[in-house]
Design a protein around this ligand. Structure first.
Ligand code: B12
Ligand code: SF4
Length: 492
């Protein structure tokens, strides 16, 4: 039996759900293939692979393209179809629109395994937990715990035949879930969906994570590691101590991860730095305490953000700091103040996005209740995060200036006087234009490649931990990379 996975595109981060599901399918004796829609025609791939099951992984952005391709392919071929991912999870009411035989909500590995078994044996899958079918919606099953019960993800399915094979950065996950409930984030919905169904926050064992990284390192180019977890670590506990020791000894590559300001201290930073932490992602969201704490639900009141930023900087760790512009109840000055905060605290890269309340989140309900969005016309498509605010509470001038902060805020904070002052004037008085957009793109690329992910590290530096094993590793990798004639792509 054969399962074909379909995603819209391969992004700069590996689409990790597919390797997990592929591993599950292989364990059940199925063969697996991948079709990336923006590179290959689905009908052509189906014609070539003759899959029994076509399995789509969709988020809010890729949903339309995936369901359109599915409907087209379905007119020509016979197969059983299933769609899972964030979109079916957060918007289960869109099942009929997708046109598939089954929709999977939440964690998919066990549901997919059951589904494949039913297809293989010709039995109905209408009652499989997590699935929605034409016969109705089943409850979600308990969360996988311990995580090590999951098979090791089949990274080859997304790495071997795509441009990711040669990219210097590879992404890994050490955990699942986040204990917090910011009002705009999927996690508050997730907690409701999984209430009473097990621990939300779970970690893989240290051996499992390190083993997975080593296995990718053996087969693919890898100069930099990104941990894509919602929240990589909250304190310097036993797990982190063991992990950082093992990582430094066995992997020895610079890495990046996500932290929270209210869970950063010297013990944590010391361990991370010792293991090779190069940069961290953190979120301020809004400089207004009220907006941050109450509207956006990022509760970390007692923390002095500027002080924490200086502490991180003192460890030589670069910072990527997220802001949500034009959040409900925020003032223009709140957003302008972010530039001063970045400058004062020497933020390496300030990542701005425009607030888009997404259906299913507390922020969406808050925005509807205050008349900031009209549920009939509001498109909660998060690609709007890179656009002008659509919230009703701001004037056109305020929206324009905020969009300029999105375009120029990061660069403004890094410039010396008088250039800094000049860019601030441009933000306030010049309408957004293509030059600003180009400046943003150029600076973003520079910062991400050099300051946040250090994608040119391999070319410049000797390994951090030079033991004879490390030197041999490096020599081997050099031979390997020259044989494969790899180039540094525009990977971010
Ligand atoms: C890493 C990440 C990214 C990475 C990689 C995305 C990728 N291709 O995988 C990058 C940075 C590229 C990215 C980009 C974006 N992301 Co993103 N991202 C995440 C993040 C933090 C983790 C995703 C992840 O890998 N989780 C681990 C895996 C194992 O979980 P999973 O993907 O959910 O898969 C499980 C189930 O969903 C299910 N499943 C998944 N697919 C399938 C398929 C089948 C057949 C079955 C049965 C089950 C199944 O089983 C899987 C295993 O349990 C999530 C937040 C989160 N905590 O989930 C946001 C999240 C997925 N992203 C989101 C968004 C909105 C975006 C962007 C639109 C942001 C933007 N403004 O540009 C873009 C879209 C890019 C694009 N073109 O598609 C939203 C999606 C909301 C929605 N309703 O769809 C999330 C949920 C964050 C949020 N807002 O709360 N993202
Ligand atoms: S800390 Fe991050 S991942 Fe956790 S709820 Fe808030 S936004 Fe979501």
């Amino acid at each position: 039996m054969r399962s074909l996975f379909v995603i819209e595109k391969i992004d700069f981060a590996d689409h990790i759900a597919v390797p997990y599901l592929s591993a599950v399918a292989k364990r059940a004796g199925w063969a697996t293939d991948l079709c990336v829609l923006d590179q290959t025609d689905l009908a052509e791939t189906i014609h070539r692979c003759r899959p029994d099951v076509v399995a789509y992984s969709a988020n809010v952005v890729s949903f339309a393209a995936l369901s359109a391709a599915h409907r087209k392919a379905r007119r020509r071929f016979e197969f059983t179809s299933i769609m899972g991912g964030p979109h079916p999870t957060f918007s289960p009411e869109t099942f009929a629109q997708a046109g598939v035989d089954a929709y999977c909500m939440g964690e998919g590995e066990r549901a997919f395994e059951d589904f494949l078994k039913r297809v293989e044996t010709g039995r109905s899958f209408d009652d499989v937990p997590n699935l929605i079918t034409g016969r109705g919606r089943n409850d979600v099953r308990r969360l996988v715990d311990p995580l090590d019960d999951l098979p090791v993800p089949d990274r080859d399915i997304t790495l071997a035949h795509t441009f990711l094979k040669d990219t210097p950065k590879k992404t890994f996950y050490a955990t699942r879930g986040c204990p917090f409930s910011c009002s705009y984030c999927c996690n508050n919905y997730y907690k409701k969906l999984y209430r009473g169904k097990g621990r939300i926050v779970r970690r893989f064992s240290v051996e499992r994570v390190i083993g997975e990284i080593e296995s990718v390192q053996r087969h693919y180019r890898m100069d930099f590691v990104k941990f894509g977890d919602d929240l990589f670590a909250m304190k310097a506990d036993d797990w982190l101590e063991e992990f950082t020791n093992q990582y430094a000894r066995r992997i020895g590559l610079p890495f990046n991860c996500y932290l929270r300001f209210d869970h950063v201290d010297s013990d944590l930073l010391g361990l991370l730095k010792q293991a090779g932490c190069y940069s961290v992602h953190l979120s301020v969201d809004s400089t207004s305490e009220f907006v941050r704490e109450t509207v956006l639900g990022r509760r970390m009141k007692k923390v002095d953000i500027a002080r924490q930023l200086r502490l991180i900087e003192s460890y030589g760790i670069h910072t990527w700091v997220n802001y949500m512009l034009a959040a409900p109840d925020s003032t223009l000055q709140d957003d302008l103040d972010s530039i001063a905060l970045n400058r004062r605290s020497k933020v390496t890269y300030a990542a701005y996005s425009t607030t888009v309340p997404v259906e299913g989140t507390a922020l969406y309900d808050y925005s509807v209740a205050r008349g900031l969005i009209d549920p009939q016309t509001h498109v909660g498509d998060l690609s709007g995060c890179c656009g002008v605010s659509t919230l009703a509470c701001f004037t056109d001038r305020e929206k324009r200036i905020r969009y300029n902060i999105f375009l120029l805020g990061a660069v403004a904070a890094r410039l010396p006087f008088p250039l800094h002052w000049l860019v601030l004037q441009a933000i306030k008085y010049v309408p957004p234009n293509r030059l600003f957009a180009r400046i943003r793109q150029g600076y973003y690329r520079y910062a991400i490649e050099n300051k946040i992910f250090n994608l040119h590290w391999r070319r410049r530096k000797a390994p951090m931990h030079s033991s004879s094993g490390g030197a041999l590793k490096l020599l081997w990798r050099k031979l390997w990379t020259s044989r494969n004639n790899v180039t540094v792509s525009g990977d971010a």
